[in-house]
Design a protein around this ligand. Structure first.
Ligand code: ARG
Length: 590
């Protein structure tokens, strides 16, 4: 893949390099360059440097300014405040750097110098259960992280740790054994996700009712759990039918979400069954875990229950059963030992944070995690209803994810149709297709545009609004650029670095310049919302740009028009790349 020829990938980097060479004694210390309102950039690094050298910061800053030539890169540099540097870059530097980046299929975004292997645990619904908004968050945030990390050159292994094991299966399996035709499909025709889920719901309700009313069934169901754990063949075959039926449903929802989930990456809780006994033995033998009232527990000084007694992590219950923790500890051994991860990333609800703290700490004590391996929970907040309470139906039930997605698409289609009314530009087919891309994009964007840790309100009206921080606003900005480029006639996008730039062109150009840095930050901090914020700002700068700087009509001078078309083209490419990292499509005509 072509990398950027001769120039550093961004103006930001070029200025940082220039500052570093003006002060060789700083030994490459970070000049702390930031975008600024007063000039293009402000460098704050001199302060720390002066402190270290016991020098006067203003004097040091003045020396730096004196040794930096102004010209093709830096147009103006001055000392401000206690020793900041205010830097204005040359228009030429902006356009030249962007032009070099535009020639690269990665838009000049460099690969990370310290790329490694991340195993990411995301999109993990539970077998025989409906998916809800929590599963949506994990899937959406996780998928964006996968794309962002892979774009920086990280090797990413996906793990969908679905809930496919546990005592609840005893009841379901026993019921199915006694009513063997309940999961038969009427024809060979494909079963829809909806049907699969309704089959599972029906079975769940029926078996639950029997379990609660019939003592003998209850006993048989409990015995069935033992058979399942012992690996009895007939029992496992029934269990597999539940898993398969659920997968039909999961895949239909992921499909609706326009998300590519691959079967080999679905390694649920059951995938670690063979390791559980050994995991417990290793913990017990090393003394990391101890027996307490028959259960195998790990204790921590810092985690106490409300009564002041320590809350242990229970690795094995007193009846011999293994739980969630044993599975997660085994998964760590697999992901570090076999998959060679140097980062383990868990995109899981913040309400499971205590579990992960304990699991990570246990794994460290056992030596399964060491300083070479980072384990991080990308914890996300709760999805709230408009009333600010956890999102529920009016009847107090969990809202079905599928219903939400369908409603989002309906609303989005109405918005697209309404907006197109005056123009009559789109065909009915385009309206329907765009409605899907706008609706699903809106749901994803709402999830990705605030930092994951925060709770957010699920408000469809706000999500599909044409103004404000929404995906549809960005999608319209993109479509507008594409339409300008289509209507450019025989003019083509060509950068002309010799031109003086208008303020809106500079602002857009300097923001385009930051794409690579934003990607690097979002990847390193596991913060996809930084990409969303960047794209929103890019769209709004580009809206100002094409309002203030005519591109096609009234026709500007040839070189000016070409240069503006170039900015349109690079902005469009950056928007569509950035949105694709977030899993959101950008229709060409909207
Ligand atoms: N299935 C779980 C749930 O629905 C999430 C699994 C998270 N991943 C893990 N390795 N524990 O809450």
């Amino acid at each position: 893949m072509a990398s950027v020829p001769s120039l550093a990938s961004s103006v930001n980097q070029r200025v940082a390099d220039a500052l570093a060479s003006a002060l060789p004694e700083a030994g490459g210390a970070d000049p702390l360059l930031r975008r600024s309102d007063r000039a293009d950039f402000q460098a704050n690094g001199i302060l720390a440097l002066a402190k270290k050298a016991k020098a006067n910061p203003r004097e040091l800053a003045t020396t730096v300014v004196g040794s930096i030539p102004t010209g093709d890169l830096i147009a103006d540099i001055e000392v401000s405040g206690p020793g900041f540097l205010n830097i204005t870059v040359a228009d030429r530097a902006i356009m030249e750097t962007l032009a070099a980046r535009a020639g690269d299929d990665r838009l000049g975004v460099p690969y990370s110098a310290n790329a490694g292997t991340t195993v990411i645990d995301y999109a993990q619904p539970n077998v025989a259960k409906e998916m809800h908004v929590g599963h949506l968050r994990s899937a959406v945030i996780g998928a964006a992280m996968v794309e962002i990390l892979e774009f920086t050159g990280e090797k990413v292994v996906r793990r969908h740790h679905i809930g496919d094991w546990g005592t609840q299966f005893g009841m379901l399996i026993q019921y199915l054994l006694e009513h063997p035709h309940e999961l038969d499909h009427k024809s060979d025709a494909e079963v829809s996700g909806e049907e699969a889920m309704s089959n599972l719901n029906r079975l769940y309700k029926a078996s639950r009712a029997l379990f609660d009313s019939d003592e003998e069934f209850k006993t048989r169901a409990r015995a069935r759990v033992v058979d399942l754990q012992a690996g009895d063949e007939q029992t496992l075959a029934m269990w597999q039918r539940f898993v398969d039926e659920s997968k039909i449903y999961f895949y239909s929802v992921f499909d609706k979400l326009d998300m590519d989930i691959q079967d080999p990456d679905v390694v649920g809780e059951s995938g670690y069954n063979d390791m559980l006994v050994e995991t417990c033995k290793l913990l017990e033998d090393s003394g990391v875990a101890v027996r307490s009232n028959g259960a195998l527990c790990v204790f921590f000084d810092e985690y106490k229950g409300p009564d002041g007694n320590p809350t242990p992590l229970i690795v094995q219950k007193s009846d011999g059963g293994f739980g969630y923790a044993a599975t997660d500890l085994s998964a760590i051994r697999d992901r570090v030992g076999n998959l060679k991860a140097d980062t383990l990333l868990y995109v899981v609800d913040a309400r499971q944070s205590l579990h992960f703290k304990m699991v990570f700490e246990t794994a460290r004590r056992a030596g399964w995690l060491n300083d070479e391996v980072k384990a991080v929970q990308l914890a996300f907040g709760t999805v709230l209803g408009k009333d600010g309470k956890p999102f529920k139906t009016r009847e107090g039930e969990t809202v079905r994810l599928v219903d939400l997605l369908d409603e989002a698409v309906d609303r989005a289609t109405a918005v697209v149709r309404e907006k197109d009314k005056e123009r009559g530009f789109l065909s009915e087919q385009e309206i329907v297709e765009n409605g899907v891309q706008v609706g699903i994009g809106a749901v994803k964007y709402a999830d990705l545009s605030t930092s994951a840790a925060r709770d957010y309100k699920f408000d469809l009206d706000q999500m599909v609004s044409l103004t404000g921080d929404t995906s549809v606003y960005i999608q319209y900005a993109y479509a507008r650029l594409r339409s300008i480029l289509r209507n450019a006639g025989d003019r083509s996008p060509v950068a002309h670095p010799e031109l003086e730039l208008a303020p809106a062109e500079r602002a857009l150009g300097l923001h385009l310049d930051q794409f690579g840095e934003v990607i690097a930050e979002a990847a390193a901090e596991h913060a996809p919302h930084k990409v969303a914020a960047y794209l929103y700002q890019l769209s709004s700068l580009c809206t100002t740009f094409y309002t203030e700087c005519p591109v096609v009509k009234p026709e500007p001078e040839l070189v000016v028009g070409e240069n503006r078309l170039f900015l349109c083209d690079l902005t469009a490419r950056t928007l569509t790349k950035g949105m694709s990292l977030l899993g959101i499509r950008t229709p060409e005509r909207l």
